[in-house]
Design a binder for this molecule. Structure first.
Ligand code: PLP
Length: 400
Protein backbone atom coordinates (compact mmCIF):
# COMPACT_ATOMS: atom_id res chain seq x y z
CA UNK A 1 0.00 0.00 0.00
CA UNK A 2 2.65 2.51 1.11
CA UNK A 3 4.46 2.36 -2.21
CA UNK A 4 1.22 3.23 -3.98
CA UNK A 5 0.98 6.55 -2.18
CA UNK A 6 2.19 9.69 -3.94
CA UNK A 7 5.92 10.34 -3.55
CA UNK A 8 5.27 13.68 -1.88
CA UNK A 9 3.54 12.09 1.11
CA UNK A 10 5.84 9.09 1.30
CA UNK A 11 8.71 11.48 1.90
CA UNK A 12 6.75 13.69 4.29
CA UNK A 13 7.80 13.49 7.93
CA UNK A 14 5.23 14.01 10.68
CA UNK A 15 5.68 17.23 12.66
CA UNK A 16 8.21 16.35 15.39
CA UNK A 17 6.83 18.89 17.82
CA UNK A 18 3.25 17.70 17.50
CA UNK A 19 4.44 14.08 17.80
CA UNK A 20 6.36 14.69 21.03
CA UNK A 21 3.53 16.67 22.55
CA UNK A 22 1.17 13.80 21.69
CA UNK A 23 3.57 11.24 23.21
CA UNK A 24 3.83 13.23 26.44
CA UNK A 25 0.06 13.66 26.62
CA UNK A 26 -0.45 9.91 26.04
CA UNK A 27 1.98 9.03 28.87
CA UNK A 28 0.21 11.51 31.13
CA UNK A 29 -3.17 10.00 30.24
CA UNK A 30 -1.79 6.62 31.37
CA UNK A 31 -1.23 8.12 34.80
CA UNK A 32 2.53 8.61 34.40
CA UNK A 33 3.71 11.80 36.07
CA UNK A 34 5.10 13.63 33.05
CA UNK A 35 6.14 17.26 33.11
CA UNK A 36 5.44 18.50 29.63
CA UNK A 37 7.94 21.18 28.62
CA UNK A 38 7.46 20.42 24.93
CA UNK A 39 4.27 22.37 24.31
CA UNK A 40 4.12 24.84 21.45
CA UNK A 41 1.09 26.67 22.76
CA UNK A 42 0.19 28.99 25.63
CA UNK A 43 -1.09 27.15 28.69
CA UNK A 44 -3.73 29.85 29.23
CA UNK A 45 -7.37 29.51 28.38
CA UNK A 46 -8.75 31.79 25.65
CA UNK A 47 -9.84 35.03 27.36
CA UNK A 48 -13.50 35.04 28.38
CA UNK A 49 -14.67 37.97 26.19
CA UNK A 50 -13.31 36.18 23.12
CA UNK A 51 -15.02 32.90 24.00
CA UNK A 52 -18.26 34.80 24.56
CA UNK A 53 -18.03 36.34 21.08
CA UNK A 54 -17.75 32.82 19.64
CA UNK A 55 -20.74 31.64 21.64
CA UNK A 56 -22.78 34.64 20.51
CA UNK A 57 -21.86 33.88 16.89
CA UNK A 58 -23.21 30.33 17.26
CA UNK A 59 -26.41 31.55 18.93
CA UNK A 60 -26.95 34.11 16.17
CA UNK A 61 -26.60 31.36 13.60
CA UNK A 62 -23.36 32.68 12.11
CA UNK A 63 -22.63 29.14 11.05
CA UNK A 64 -22.45 29.22 7.26
CA UNK A 65 -19.76 29.65 4.66
CA UNK A 66 -18.13 33.06 4.68
CA UNK A 67 -16.22 34.65 1.79
CA UNK A 68 -13.16 32.46 1.05
CA UNK A 69 -10.69 35.17 2.10
CA UNK A 70 -12.54 35.85 5.36
CA UNK A 71 -15.26 38.14 6.67
CA UNK A 72 -14.65 41.75 5.60
CA UNK A 73 -14.67 43.03 9.21
CA UNK A 74 -11.82 40.70 10.17
CA UNK A 75 -9.77 41.55 7.08
CA UNK A 76 -10.25 45.22 7.96
CA UNK A 77 -9.31 44.63 11.59
CA UNK A 78 -6.11 42.85 10.54
CA UNK A 79 -5.20 45.72 8.21
CA UNK A 80 -5.88 48.15 11.08
CA UNK A 81 -3.69 46.12 13.43
CA UNK A 82 -0.83 46.12 10.94
CA UNK A 83 -1.18 49.89 10.61
CA UNK A 84 -1.07 50.24 14.37
CA UNK A 85 1.81 47.78 14.92
CA UNK A 86 4.00 48.43 11.90
CA UNK A 87 2.77 51.80 10.60
CA UNK A 88 2.12 50.25 7.18
CA UNK A 89 -1.04 50.76 5.15
CA UNK A 90 -2.83 47.79 3.59
CA UNK A 91 -6.33 47.47 2.19
CA UNK A 92 -8.59 44.56 3.24
CA UNK A 93 -7.97 43.04 -0.25
CA UNK A 94 -4.36 42.67 0.79
CA UNK A 95 -5.37 40.40 3.70
CA UNK A 96 -6.45 36.75 3.55
CA UNK A 97 -7.75 34.87 6.58
CA UNK A 98 -6.69 31.21 6.77
CA UNK A 99 -7.05 28.20 9.07
CA UNK A 100 -4.14 29.25 11.26
CA UNK A 101 -0.86 30.89 10.31
CA UNK A 102 0.25 27.43 9.31
CA UNK A 103 -2.20 27.25 6.44
CA UNK A 104 -1.34 30.82 5.43
CA UNK A 105 2.34 29.79 5.25
CA UNK A 106 1.54 26.59 3.38
CA UNK A 107 -0.59 28.41 0.82
CA UNK A 108 2.00 31.14 0.41
CA UNK A 109 4.71 28.59 -0.31
CA UNK A 110 2.42 27.03 -2.91
CA UNK A 111 1.65 30.41 -4.43
CA UNK A 112 5.27 31.60 -4.65
CA UNK A 113 7.58 28.62 -5.19
CA UNK A 114 7.95 25.67 -7.52
CA UNK A 115 10.41 23.10 -8.83
CA UNK A 116 13.72 24.73 -9.73
CA UNK A 117 13.43 27.43 -7.05
CA UNK A 118 15.57 27.65 -3.94
CA UNK A 119 14.25 29.15 -0.72
CA UNK A 120 16.41 30.29 2.21
CA UNK A 121 15.53 29.06 5.65
CA UNK A 122 17.62 30.32 8.54
CA UNK A 123 18.40 27.61 11.10
CA UNK A 124 17.33 26.95 13.76
CA UNK A 125 13.97 27.11 12.01
CA UNK A 126 10.37 26.25 12.76
CA UNK A 127 9.87 22.56 11.94
CA UNK A 128 7.30 23.04 9.22
CA UNK A 129 9.26 25.36 6.89
CA UNK A 130 11.40 22.74 5.12
CA UNK A 131 8.53 20.31 4.36
CA UNK A 132 6.31 23.19 3.25
CA UNK A 133 8.97 24.27 0.76
CA UNK A 134 9.69 20.70 -0.37
CA UNK A 135 5.98 20.13 -1.05
CA UNK A 136 6.12 22.88 -3.67
CA UNK A 137 8.97 21.10 -5.48
CA UNK A 138 11.40 23.87 -4.52
CA UNK A 139 14.59 23.24 -2.57
CA UNK A 140 14.99 24.56 0.97
CA UNK A 141 18.48 25.99 1.44
CA UNK A 142 19.29 25.88 5.13
CA UNK A 143 21.62 28.58 6.44
CA UNK A 144 23.00 27.59 9.83
CA UNK A 145 23.68 29.79 12.83
CA UNK A 146 24.67 29.11 16.40
CA UNK A 147 24.52 30.63 19.84
CA UNK A 148 28.02 32.04 19.21
CA UNK A 149 26.55 34.39 16.59
CA UNK A 150 23.32 34.93 18.57
CA UNK A 151 21.48 32.69 16.14
CA UNK A 152 21.97 35.23 13.37
CA UNK A 153 23.85 33.61 10.48
CA UNK A 154 26.71 35.79 9.21
CA UNK A 155 25.46 37.84 6.25
CA UNK A 156 28.44 36.62 4.18
CA UNK A 157 27.09 33.08 4.58
CA UNK A 158 23.69 34.23 3.35
CA UNK A 159 25.35 35.94 0.34
CA UNK A 160 27.42 32.83 -0.36
CA UNK A 161 24.31 30.64 -0.46
CA UNK A 162 22.69 32.78 -3.18
CA UNK A 163 22.27 31.24 -6.61
CA UNK A 164 20.38 32.32 -9.72
CA UNK A 165 17.59 30.03 -8.48
CA UNK A 166 17.17 31.72 -5.08
CA UNK A 167 13.61 32.99 -5.03
CA UNK A 168 12.72 33.68 -1.45
CA UNK A 169 13.47 33.62 2.25
CA UNK A 170 11.43 32.81 5.34
CA UNK A 171 12.04 34.83 8.50
CA UNK A 172 10.71 34.25 11.99
CA UNK A 173 11.50 36.65 14.83
CA UNK A 174 10.94 36.30 17.75
CA UNK A 175 11.96 32.79 16.83
CA UNK A 176 10.54 29.40 17.54
CA UNK A 177 12.71 27.60 18.73
CA UNK A 178 15.44 30.01 19.92
CA UNK A 179 13.30 32.66 21.64
CA UNK A 180 15.68 35.22 20.12
CA UNK A 181 14.86 38.43 18.23
CA UNK A 182 16.80 39.42 15.12
CA UNK A 183 18.67 42.69 15.62
CA UNK A 184 17.80 45.67 13.43
CA UNK A 185 21.28 45.59 11.93
CA UNK A 186 20.91 41.97 10.93
CA UNK A 187 17.50 42.69 9.38
CA UNK A 188 18.97 45.65 7.51
CA UNK A 189 21.71 43.41 6.12
CA UNK A 190 19.18 40.80 5.04
CA UNK A 191 16.99 43.52 3.52
CA UNK A 192 19.92 44.66 1.41
CA UNK A 193 20.37 41.15 0.00
CA UNK A 194 16.64 40.67 -0.60
CA UNK A 195 16.41 44.04 -2.33
CA UNK A 196 19.40 43.35 -4.58
CA UNK A 197 18.15 39.89 -5.58
CA UNK A 198 14.39 40.74 -5.59
CA UNK A 199 13.68 37.86 -3.23
CA UNK A 200 10.22 37.18 -1.90
CA UNK A 201 10.21 37.52 1.88
CA UNK A 202 7.81 35.59 4.08
CA UNK A 203 7.89 37.22 7.49
CA UNK A 204 6.38 34.87 10.07
CA UNK A 205 5.48 37.31 12.83
CA UNK A 206 3.38 34.94 14.92
CA UNK A 207 5.28 35.82 18.17
CA UNK A 208 5.60 39.55 17.43
CA UNK A 209 3.64 40.60 20.53
CA UNK A 210 5.43 38.14 22.78
CA UNK A 211 8.68 40.05 23.19
CA UNK A 212 10.05 40.95 26.57
CA UNK A 213 12.00 44.14 25.84
CA UNK A 214 9.00 46.45 26.01
CA UNK A 215 9.31 47.29 22.30
CA UNK A 216 6.41 46.88 19.89
CA UNK A 217 6.35 44.45 16.98
CA UNK A 218 9.20 44.73 14.47
CA UNK A 219 10.09 42.83 11.34
CA UNK A 220 12.13 43.35 8.19
CA UNK A 221 9.65 45.98 6.93
CA UNK A 222 10.36 48.05 10.05
CA UNK A 223 13.91 48.61 8.80
CA UNK A 224 13.13 48.39 5.07
CA UNK A 225 9.55 49.51 4.33
CA UNK A 226 10.50 49.83 0.65
CA UNK A 227 10.40 46.00 0.46
CA UNK A 228 6.62 45.97 0.99
CA UNK A 229 5.98 44.84 -2.61
CA UNK A 230 8.07 41.68 -2.18
CA UNK A 231 7.09 40.82 1.41
CA UNK A 232 4.18 38.92 2.89
CA UNK A 233 3.60 39.07 6.64
CA UNK A 234 2.01 36.12 8.39
CA UNK A 235 0.40 36.24 11.79
CA UNK A 236 -2.62 34.97 13.71
CA UNK A 237 -4.41 34.76 17.02
CA UNK A 238 -2.98 31.42 18.24
CA UNK A 239 -0.07 32.59 20.37
CA UNK A 240 -1.02 36.20 21.16
CA UNK A 241 -4.52 35.41 22.42
CA UNK A 242 -4.13 31.77 23.52
CA UNK A 243 -6.36 30.62 20.66
CA UNK A 244 -4.42 27.73 19.10
CA UNK A 245 -7.48 25.51 18.72
CA UNK A 246 -9.59 28.13 16.95
CA UNK A 247 -7.33 27.99 13.90
CA UNK A 248 -7.28 31.57 12.67
CA UNK A 249 -4.26 33.12 10.99
CA UNK A 250 -3.63 35.44 8.06
CA UNK A 251 -1.30 36.63 5.37
CA UNK A 252 -0.89 40.31 4.49
CA UNK A 253 0.91 41.43 1.38
CA UNK A 254 0.70 42.48 -2.27
CA UNK A 255 -2.80 42.08 -3.71
CA UNK A 256 -1.81 39.60 -6.44
CA UNK A 257 -0.15 37.24 -3.99
CA UNK A 258 -3.08 37.44 -1.59
CA UNK A 259 -5.52 36.79 -4.45
CA UNK A 260 -3.47 33.72 -5.45
CA UNK A 261 -3.54 32.42 -1.87
CA UNK A 262 -7.32 32.94 -1.81
CA UNK A 263 -7.72 30.99 -5.06
CA UNK A 264 -5.77 28.09 -3.57
CA UNK A 265 -7.84 28.27 -0.42
CA UNK A 266 -11.03 28.34 -2.49
CA UNK A 267 -10.07 24.96 -3.96
CA UNK A 268 -8.92 23.40 -0.70
CA UNK A 269 -10.35 24.47 2.65
CA UNK A 270 -12.62 27.37 1.56
CA UNK A 271 -13.05 29.89 4.35
CA UNK A 272 -11.68 29.58 7.87
CA UNK A 273 -14.28 28.62 10.48
CA UNK A 274 -17.01 31.29 10.63
CA UNK A 275 -17.39 31.23 14.43
CA UNK A 276 -13.65 31.39 15.00
CA UNK A 277 -13.43 34.39 12.66
CA UNK A 278 -15.93 36.27 14.86
CA UNK A 279 -13.94 35.31 17.97
CA UNK A 280 -10.72 36.47 16.27
CA UNK A 281 -12.41 39.79 15.43
CA UNK A 282 -13.22 40.24 19.11
CA UNK A 283 -9.62 39.32 19.97
CA UNK A 284 -8.31 42.10 17.73
CA UNK A 285 -10.90 44.75 18.53
CA UNK A 286 -11.69 43.97 22.17
CA UNK A 287 -9.65 44.84 25.28
CA UNK A 288 -5.94 44.11 24.89
CA UNK A 289 -4.99 43.83 28.58
CA UNK A 290 -5.04 40.04 28.26
CA UNK A 291 -2.11 40.19 25.84
CA UNK A 292 0.03 42.25 28.21
CA UNK A 293 -0.93 40.04 31.14
CA UNK A 294 0.05 36.81 29.38
CA UNK A 295 3.25 38.39 28.09
CA UNK A 296 4.22 39.45 31.62
CA UNK A 297 3.72 35.89 32.86
CA UNK A 298 5.85 34.49 30.04
CA UNK A 299 8.53 37.07 30.75
CA UNK A 300 8.66 36.11 34.40
CA UNK A 301 8.80 32.44 33.57
CA UNK A 302 11.55 33.06 31.01
CA UNK A 303 13.66 34.56 33.83
CA UNK A 304 12.83 31.66 36.12
CA UNK A 305 13.75 29.00 33.58
CA UNK A 306 16.89 30.87 32.50
CA UNK A 307 18.18 31.26 36.08
CA UNK A 308 17.49 27.61 36.91
CA UNK A 309 19.05 26.21 33.74
CA UNK A 310 22.18 28.35 34.13
CA UNK A 311 22.84 26.65 37.46
CA UNK A 312 23.14 23.24 35.79
CA UNK A 313 26.78 22.58 34.90
CA UNK A 314 27.43 22.23 31.18
CA UNK A 315 24.10 23.64 29.95
CA UNK A 316 24.15 26.87 27.97
CA UNK A 317 21.42 29.06 26.59
CA UNK A 318 20.82 32.59 25.40
CA UNK A 319 18.29 34.39 27.57
CA UNK A 320 14.89 34.16 25.87
CA UNK A 321 13.93 37.57 24.46
CA UNK A 322 10.41 36.56 23.47
CA UNK A 323 8.08 33.60 22.68
CA UNK A 324 7.72 30.88 25.33
CA UNK A 325 10.76 28.81 24.38
CA UNK A 326 14.31 28.45 25.60
CA UNK A 327 16.83 26.75 23.34
CA UNK A 328 19.32 24.98 25.55
CA UNK A 329 22.66 23.51 24.47
CA UNK A 330 23.01 20.02 26.00
CA UNK A 331 25.94 18.93 23.86
CA UNK A 332 28.35 18.88 26.84
CA UNK A 333 26.53 15.70 27.88
CA UNK A 334 26.64 13.96 24.51
CA UNK A 335 28.81 10.85 24.50
CA UNK A 336 27.96 10.02 28.12
CA UNK A 337 26.35 6.79 29.27
CA UNK A 338 22.91 6.38 30.85
CA UNK A 339 22.47 4.13 33.92
CA UNK A 340 21.05 1.54 31.47
CA UNK A 341 24.34 1.64 29.55
CA UNK A 342 23.18 3.50 26.42
CA UNK A 343 25.24 6.35 25.04
CA UNK A 344 23.39 9.65 24.62
CA UNK A 345 24.58 10.61 21.18
CA UNK A 346 22.48 13.56 20.12
CA UNK A 347 19.41 15.68 20.79
CA UNK A 348 17.01 12.83 20.04
CA UNK A 349 18.87 10.56 22.45
CA UNK A 350 18.89 13.26 25.11
CA UNK A 351 15.15 13.91 24.68
CA UNK A 352 14.39 10.22 25.00
CA UNK A 353 16.60 9.93 28.06
CA UNK A 354 14.94 12.90 29.75
CA UNK A 355 11.48 11.55 28.98
CA UNK A 356 12.33 8.12 30.38
CA UNK A 357 14.58 9.01 33.29
CA UNK A 358 13.33 12.45 34.33
CA UNK A 359 9.77 12.11 33.00
CA UNK A 360 10.19 15.51 31.35
CA UNK A 361 9.16 16.09 27.75
CA UNK A 362 11.28 18.44 25.64
CA UNK A 363 11.81 18.72 21.88
CA UNK A 364 15.06 17.61 20.17
CA UNK A 365 16.89 20.45 18.45
CA UNK A 366 17.45 18.32 15.36
CA UNK A 367 13.77 18.92 14.50
CA UNK A 368 14.73 22.60 14.15
CA UNK A 369 18.03 21.95 12.39
CA UNK A 370 20.31 22.20 15.46
CA UNK A 371 21.36 18.94 17.07
CA UNK A 372 23.22 20.53 20.00
CA UNK A 373 20.10 21.89 21.64
CA UNK A 374 16.73 20.93 23.09
CA UNK A 375 13.75 23.25 23.03
CA UNK A 376 12.24 23.75 26.46
CA UNK A 377 8.89 25.45 26.64
CA UNK A 378 7.93 27.69 29.53
CA UNK A 379 4.25 27.71 28.63
CA UNK A 380 3.73 25.95 31.92
CA UNK A 381 3.09 26.78 35.59
CA UNK A 382 6.09 28.00 37.65
CA UNK A 383 6.02 24.91 39.87
CA UNK A 384 6.08 22.62 36.83
CA UNK A 385 9.01 24.54 35.35
CA UNK A 386 10.92 24.34 38.65
CA UNK A 387 10.14 20.67 39.12
CA UNK A 388 10.99 19.91 35.49
CA UNK A 389 14.38 21.61 35.64
CA UNK A 390 15.20 19.89 38.93
CA UNK A 391 14.39 16.53 37.38
CA UNK A 392 16.51 17.33 34.32
CA UNK A 393 19.41 18.30 36.56
CA UNK A 394 19.11 15.05 38.56
CA UNK A 395 18.92 12.96 35.41
CA UNK A 396 22.04 14.65 34.01
CA UNK A 397 24.06 13.80 37.13
CA UNK A 398 23.31 10.13 36.46
CA UNK A 399 25.11 10.29 33.10
CA UNK A 400 28.67 9.10 33.24
C1 PLP B 1 6.94 29.96 14.05
C2 PLP B 1 5.54 29.50 13.91
N1 PLP B 1 4.84 29.84 12.82
C3 PLP B 1 3.57 29.46 12.65
C4 PLP B 1 2.92 28.68 13.59
C5 PLP B 1 1.51 28.24 13.30
O1 PLP B 1 0.57 28.88 14.08
P1 PLP B 1 -0.99 28.65 13.88
O2 PLP B 1 -1.50 28.03 15.13
O3 PLP B 1 -1.56 30.02 13.66
O4 PLP B 1 -1.19 27.78 12.69
C6 PLP B 1 3.61 28.29 14.74
C7 PLP B 1 2.96 27.39 15.71
O5 PLP B 1 3.60 26.62 16.41
C8 PLP B 1 4.94 28.72 14.92
O6 PLP B 1 5.63 28.40 16.02
Amino acid sequence: MKEKLATRVRQLKPSATLAINAKAKALKAKGIDIINLSAGEPDFDTPEHIKEAGIRAIRKGFTRYTPVAGIPELREAVAAQIKNDYGLTYTPEEVVISCGAKQALFNLAQALFEAGDEVFILAPYWVSYPPMIELTGAKPVIIPSSKENHFEPPLEEVEKALSPRTKGIILNSPSNPTGQIYSRDFLKGLAEICRKKSLFIISDDIYDKLRFDGRGPENILTVAPDLKEQTVMVNGVSKTYAMTGWRIGWAVGPKEIIAAVSRLQGQSTSNANSIAQVAALEALKGPQDCVAEMREVFKRRAELLYEKILKIPGLELPKPQGTFYAFVDFSAYYGKRTPAGNVVENSLGMCDYLLEEARVATVPGIAFGDDNCLRISFANADEEIEKGVLRISEALTKLG
